[in-house]
Design a protein around this ligand. Structure first.
Ligand code: ARG
Length: 668
């Protein structure tokens, strides 16, 4: 149909030409003037053509109104992406109204002031279209365009009405009936994921280094990575969680040499290396001071990489000590991850060198074998083989990316690593494309970078003595703070010991994770327990408290709200009060927010959303009675519909909390 309209537009221009010609000749009928026979013929032809077109136009207009009447169908049982649905509607409408511009991206914005007369969503294309048309010589006001777009919108069950306002805004008002159905469905079947094309995603996150302390940078990667995995798993992608441990490299030579000296019986007895950090420092000192030791250390690197049994055993012992430490942190933070350290790629590093050599991509440079990431040879080259024959961080990442694409068959790679490594990753990605491992038409690759953690003094986060902060100490401190807060509220008097310790953990770990996730990850953030534990504002504590409050409402009704489907058979969820309606519309944004998060891999949108839900809930709860009591505290009326609203709010929050790694407790 759009091609018909294009044709029609073209020809109606010709009609104008014909009429203009007649006017110039001052004729009402072109046949009257013989000296202009040649011209007349052309004009007559046009006029005849024009009559035909008028007929066609009538047919097209009929078809347009038929299409307009067609209702865009939705499936109320599945998660509806409202923005995407509206994009479809307006893309259809723009295509119908202005076929020449049918390809322009549709701009849909959620209206934040939910109670406004400007509707709940806006289509903001009219201004841009007016400008574009002006460029092609057509003068039409944005408002006229908006009206035309509005006229061409197909009907949709989610839309109550569409209005044009101001200079050219097209405002969409959501349908209450749709909202009731959608929320009821969430209560009956739970929060199901919106459907998206499935990918096999490999998420490389946490990735600390053996024998070195896991620092706050690794904490950020662990927290962000875990949440990204949960988000993508919710969207039903096939997610592989990988811990790219730094468990290979020259530092192991000195660690092994030191182990040999300190615990000569290590092959038969497990040595008590309590503090691997101290052990590392000692060996480093010897390495720097003692040439003999240094030689032995280098020798061990060679024997280890050659797979010598004794060296491997020593290396395993050392890795195990670190592993135990990491595991404790992961358990505390509820993180699931599969270890696949750099050592895993040893054989694959040998083959990547061969692979690159075969493709003639390695160049000799001062004894090193380097690879330029691109043909232009701009940026920094990768060092694939060092002059001593050893491999580097570049080599292991090239081997890893190849393994991930060719053996794991992942089509989406995510690296959650601090911004400081962005040059490294850009080079790796470019090089992988250059040598044909990666094809960006088939593979999506993201370096999910993040800023540094700052202390309250605005400088890099350090202990008072200037050391890097030990993660386990940080978590311990969080536990202390959260217990103190619970005690200040007198909760230790009310909660059972189990409830108290559950609440303590939920707050401590929740606030650390949330403080990290709620900022745009690219920026640095200031680590402050006082701020994290503030119960006002956008903090985990505020969200968790609001959640427990919501849970307590159904409990205090004296009725059993565990079987929601059964309750829904008797009571409907109603959206009558303005604040009920506002909360409902906020809840329905969930799926759009989830998509926004997964598109750019940003979790702060989800945090902002949780805060918005809690705020809308508080407004609702302040103005709408859920349970009415008399003076003596006896329940006189239970508003079932409102308790259903509380329950669906809790369900939405639970889903978000899960993705953010917050562990909600029913009592706090
Ligand atoms: N172990 C590295 C570090 O601590 C991070 C590894 C990130 N992953 C990767 N594939 N390079 O800096």
């Amino acid at each position: 149909m759009s091609s018909l309209i294009t044709e029609l537009n073209k020809l109606s221009c010709l009609e104008n030409v014909a009429t203009e010609l007649c006017a110039k000749m001052q004729l009402s009928n072109p046949r009257e003037c013989s000296p202009f026979v040649k011209c007349n013929d052309a004009v007559i032809e046009l006029l005849i053509e024009n009559t035909k077109l008028k007929h066609r136009l009538a047919i097209i207009n009929q078809a347009i109104s038929a299409e307009k009447e067609s209702v865009l169908k939705i499936n109320i049982n599945s998660a509806l992406l409202i923005t995407e649905h509206l994009e479809n509607i307006f893309s259809q409408a723009i295509g119908l109204a202005y076929p020449a511009f049918s390809q322009i991206p549709v701009i849909i914005a959620a209206v934040n002031n939910v109670a406004s007369k400007y509707g709940d969503y806006q289509c903001n294309n009219a201004m841009g279209l007016a400008k574009k048309m002006k460029e092609t010589g057509i003068n039409i006001t944005p408002r006229e365009i908006a009206v035309n777009i509005q006229r061409c919108c197909p009907a949709s069950p989610i839309i109550e009405k569409i209005e044009v306002a101001g200079a050219g805004f097209v405002n969409v008002f959501l349908s209450k009936k749709y909202a009731v159905d959608a929320l009821t469905n969430m209560l009956r079947v739970g929060i199901s994921p919106p459907s998206v094309p499935k990918k096999r995603v490999l998420v490389d996150f946490s990735s600390p280094n053996i024998a070195k302390q896991m620092h706050v940078g690794h904490l950020r990667s662990t927290i962000i990575g875990e949440s990204i995995c949960r988000l993508l798993e919710f969207l039903q992608h096939d997610v592989i969680r990988i811990n790219h441990l730094g468990d290979w490299g020259t530092q192991f030579g000195m660690l092994i040499a030191h182990l040999e000296d300190r615990f000569p019986h290590f092959l038969t007895e497990s040595p008590p290396i309590g503090d691997l950090q101290a052990f590392y420092k000692e060996s480093k000192k010897r390495f720097d001071d003692d040439d003999d030791f240094k030689k032995r250390a280098y020798n061990h690197v060679v024997t280890l990489q050659a797979g010598d049994e004794k060296s491997i055993k020593a290396w395993q012992l050392i890795c195990d000590v670190s592993r135990q430490e990491f595991k404790k942190i992961y358990n505390r933070l509820d993180v699931t991850i599969k270890e696949r350290g750099e050592s895993f790629y040893q054989s694959r590093m040998l083959s990547i060198v061969e692979f690159l050599q075969r493709k003639d991509l390695l160049e000799l440079d001062d004894g090193r074998k380097i690879m330029w990431p691109n043909v232009k040879k701009s940026g920094i080259p990768l060092t694939i083989v060092k002059s001593d024959g050893g491999f580097t961080y570049d080599t292991s990442d090239m081997a890893a990316i190849r393994h991930r694409i060719e053996e794991e068959l992942a089509n989406w790679l995510i690296y959650v690593v601090d911004s400081g490594q962005s040059t490294h990753f850009n080079s790796i990605f470019e090089a992988a494309e250059r040598c044909g491992i990666v094809n960006l038409n088939m593979h999506r690759i993201d370096h999910v970078q993040f800023g540094v953690v700052l202390g309250e003094d605005g400088k890099k986060f350090k202990t008072r003595s200037g050391d890097t902060v030990k993660l386990s100490d940080l978590l311990d401190e969080g536990m202390k703070y959260s217990l103190k807060q619970l005690q200040q509220r007198g909760r230790d008097q009310i909660l059972s010991p189990k409830e108290l310790s559950d609440a303590q953990e939920a707050i401590a770990y929740g606030c650390i994770k949330y403080a990290d996730l709620c900022h745009n990850r690219i920026s640095d953030y200031v680590f402050s327990f006082d701020k994290m534990l503030d119960d006002r504002g956008n903090t985990a504590v505020y969200l968790l408290y609001t959640y427990t409050r919501i849970c307590s409402i159904a409990r205090s009704s004296g009725e059993d709200f565990t079987n929601l489907s059964k309750i829904l058979d008797t009571f409907n969820l109603l959206l009558e009060h303005e604040k009920e309606w506002k909360l409902a519309k906020t809840l329905l944004k969930l799926y759009d927010i989830i998509m926004k998060c997964s598109n750019g891999l940003y979790l702060h949108f989800l945090c902002e959303y949780c805060f918005e839900v809690c705020t809308a809930f508080t407004e609702f709860y302040d103005s709408c009675y859920c349970i009415e009591k008399d003076k003596s505290g006896r329940i006189i009326k239970v508003h079932h519909s409102r308790i259903l609203i509380c329950e669906v709010t809790a369900a939405v929050l639970r889903k978000c909390f899960y993705i953010l790694g917050l562990n909600p407790v029913a009592k706090m």
